[in-house]
Design a binder for this molecule. Structure first.
Ligand code: DGJ
Length: 740
């Protein structure tokens, strides 16, 4: 791996065995962009890939100049990466190269970020640009990992002058690509149907996804990808853009009139303005750009391994995650200690490892109208406090986990009575309620201090091994009483910095606790929170059919070790659908597995089936949580009625594939599942879960990995098999047999 700076050609070349990212300081000092794609030979110059020597951008000049961190107002009418308002009110900038340096590793940026752990695994290029008239300095940071097809970018904006500046836009990255023959993939949805894959051809003009809700949101995810129309899972070009941030974001592509495209990603400039005092600096979140010319599977794998190994941190990063049972859909707010211990006792008998007490244990919270902020245990329900129930659960041989929603406040709470000004809102206007609650102003240090104190004492009061950190509404009436009128544009970002500060303090104070993030399900499922909580509640929708689309889309950027997936009761509480218990488990296995139901209400047969599911998951947990995930067939294939995907162990000696059929179709033709990621030279025994039977029609001998991938395996016809009926799943367990 090298970052090469060719002084004669004024060119920089970030190159590892997989990718090259090349730029050049143009004759006028601007940072030009030349190339991002498969690795090119080092030691050569590539200036011919860019344009130079004419910077007028007149409409008659044709091909626009590709730039690293563009600014507006001088003829480049494409979206800018940086807009800074100066003392005279103007926003024109002219950023020219002043210096650069190459640093070993990856410097911390004061925000959640990817990191290095061993020497030599990454290098960072820092390019310093300056505009003397604005007295502005911009440092562009580019980290290249030795073994990953990614470039991690961010920018730092520094006021070197004597008067304040206002940063109105500061993107994390901007990338100019030389043609617009791309499709844009986004992960879009709503509560209970998060991160559905959308894929549409780029068209002239701007197309974007964004959040202005104060969280990354259920509606859009801070991930987009450019792909060719021919790109599939295993072939073709794909460029991913992922933002390590949990607040308002923008990811935008513009196709300009000459048919090139610019993509920018960063904090949403809408309602953002950051006052930069003399000497102050503003650091953007980082964007992770990934490249693949071998399809989406490899693009996702790059994100999975980076986020699992070098974004997630702490004791639980590499540890197998426990199988949990969460009481939310079992009891909602209606429980007492006896009921919880009764549930945990049955859970223990089923092999479950951790019991989670969800919402309703504090204040007087019998429904969602009260008590958020009053983090004192409700002695009516739990007379012995959290400690008593946690110890009883531990005595059963389970670990104990607790739900909390730190960032929220109910109007009906002591906290609100004491500190009405701590709720986000504009003093002269009514606050909009959502789920009967308001958001605490996390930009106030005293709020973060209070929450750290009160939640530390809860977490320190009992043997708590896991925390589910929820966040059930987004921000309205954005405003903070701590900032003057002219600085209100800083609020949304400062709020998220406060959230990060609390996460940082609590995860440091309780390093043994496994934190799971949650936001009404998957409303803040983003890389920013993965830096603190190595897993998140993927969606409130636990319906197996709905989860297919949700987990499929989520897998574009996030590893299975980040995706909590639970089996719930039927009829499903979100959709009313009745699916087989086996199908619910078969979908949830592909994630961090657990249950979300009352096991005391199960029949003896259902309990036996669940005990088998838990044992199966534990047997293959390492593969499910840390193996390589491959998508095979999904919502955009055919009529979207069938899904298949699989995980493969690192040594490729074990794999588990799932095939899911939503509706049963009469008189179907022959179908095959084409496995992926196997070792073509190994032979595999194929068994069908749960009884490890040989698929009908297969010889009882092992089959080669090559034929299983190339020719595939016939999926049994549903005319007579267990696949008959709606919502059926088939799991194939592939185990390599020792070479003869
Ligand atoms: C939303 C979460 O996603 C649910 O799992 C549950 O924890 C509820 N909040 C509790 O209020």
């Amino acid at each position: 791996m090298t970052i090469e700076w060719n002084a004669d050609a004024s060119e920089f070349h970030l190159r590892n065995g997989q990718i090259s990212y090349i730029g050049r300081i143009l004759d006028n000092g601007w940072a030009g962009h030349l190339y991002f794609g498969p690795a090119l030979t080092d030691g050569r110059t590539y200036a011919h890939l860019g344009r130079d020597g004419f910077y007028g951008f007149s409409n008659r000049l044709g091909e626009p100049i590709a730039l690293e961190y563009p600014t507006g107002g001088s003829g480049d009418y494409r979206p800018p990466a940086l807009v800074v308002e100066q003392a005279d009110g103007s926003t024109v900038l002219d950023l020219r190269h002043r210096s650069h340096r190459i640093l070993p590793g990856k410097p911390a940026i004061g925000l959640p970020a990817t990191y290095t752990e061993v020497g030599g695994e990454a290098e960072t290029l820092e390019i310093t640009l300056e505009d003397p008239i604005a007295a502005l300095e911009v440092q562009l940071l580019y980290t290249l990992y030795r073994d990953r097809p990614v470039v991690v970018r961010s920018a730092r904006v520094v006021n070197r002058g004597k008067t304040p500046l206002i940063v109105r836009t500061a993107m994390s990255a901007s990338l100019d690509v030389p043609d617009a023959e791309w499709q844009l993939i986004t992960l879009s949805g709503e509560w209970a149907r998060e991160r559905h894959v959308e894929r549409h051809a780029l068209r002239p003009g701007k197309q974007s996804v964004a959040s202005n809700r104060g969280a990354s949101s259920h509606q859009q995810n801070p991930f987009v990808a450019l792909v060719r129309s021919t790109t599939t899972e295993d072939a073709g070009e794909a460029i991913g853009f992922s933002l390590v941030y949990s607040g308002n974001f923008l990811a935008e592509a513009e196709v300009e009139p000459y048919g090139t495209a610019r993509v920018r990603i960063g904090i949403n400039p809408e309602a953002f303005a950051w006052l930069l005092d003399p000497g102050a600096e503003f650091q953007t979140p980082e964007a992770v750009l990934a490249y693949s010319n071998t399809g989406l599977d490899d693009l996702s794998a790059a994100y999975h391994s980076l986020y699992r190994e070098r974004l997630a941190r702490g004791a639980w990063r590499d540890r197998p995650r426990p199988v949990v049972l969460n009481n939310w859909e079992a009891t909602y707010f209606d429980f007492d200690e006896d009921k919880l211990v009764e549930i945990a006792t049955v859970a223990r008998d089923l092999g479950i490892e951790l019991f989670v007490l969800d919402d309703g244990w504090f204040g007087h919270r019998d429904d969602d109208t009260t008590s958020l902020g009053d983090w004192q245990v409700d002695r009516r329900k739990l007379p012995g406090g959290i400690e008593s129930v946690a110890r009883k659960v531990e005595a059963l041989g389970l670990r104990f986990g607790l739900w909390m929603e730190p960032e929220m406040i109910s109007r009906a709470s002591q906290l609100y009575a004491d500190h009405p000004d701590w709720a986000v809102g504009i003093p002269s206007r009514p606050r909009t309620e959502s789920r009967n609650q308001y958001v605490l102003d996390m930009s106030k240090p005293e709020v973060v201090d209070y929450l750290f104190g009160v939640l530390s004492s809860v977490l320190g009061s009992a043997p708590i091994s896991y925390v589910k950190w929820d966040m059930n509404r987004t921000i309205t009436e954005p405003f903070t009483t701590t900032l003057p009128a002219w600085r209100q544009g800083e609020f949304m970002h400062r709020h998220i910095l406060g959230v990060y500060s609390l996460y940082d303090r609590l995860t440091r104070a309780f390093p043994g606790i496994l934190f799971e993030s949650c936001a009404g399900g998957g409303g803040r499922f983003d890389p920013g929170l993965l830096a603190f909580a190595p897993q998140g509640w993927t969606s409130d929708d636990t319906d197996a059919v709905e989860r297919l689309a949700i987990q499929w889309g989520t897998s574009f950027a996030y590893p299975l070790s980040a995706m909590a997936a639970h089996v719930s009761a039927v009829p499903n509480h979100q959709t009313g659908r009745i699916t087989p218990l086996a199908t619910r488990a078969a979908v949830a296995f592909f994630g961090v597995f657990g249950y979300e139901l009352d096991p005391t209400k199960l029949s003896a047969e259902e309990r036996a089936e669940i005990a088998g599911q838990v044992a199966f998951y534990k047997r293959w947990r390492d593969v499910f949580q840390f193996g390589r995930f491959h998508r095979i067939r999904g919502p955009l294939d055919g009529d979207g009625n069938e899904y298949s995907w699989m995980v493969v162990s690192d040594d490729r000696r074990a794999a588990i594939a799932g095939h899911f059929q939503i509706l049963s179709r009469p008189n179907p033709g022959p179908r095959r599942i084409h496995f992926r990621g196997l070792d073509p030279k190994l032979s595999y025994r194929v068994g069908i879960w749960p009884d490890n039977s040989t698929p009908a029609g297969l010889p009882p001998r092992p089959l080669g990995g090559d034929v299983l991938m190339s020719a595939g395996l016939a999926i049994e016809s549903n005319r007579t098999s267990a696949l008959q009926g709606d919502f059926r799943a088939r799991l194939y367990v592939l185990e390599a047999v020792s070479p003869d």
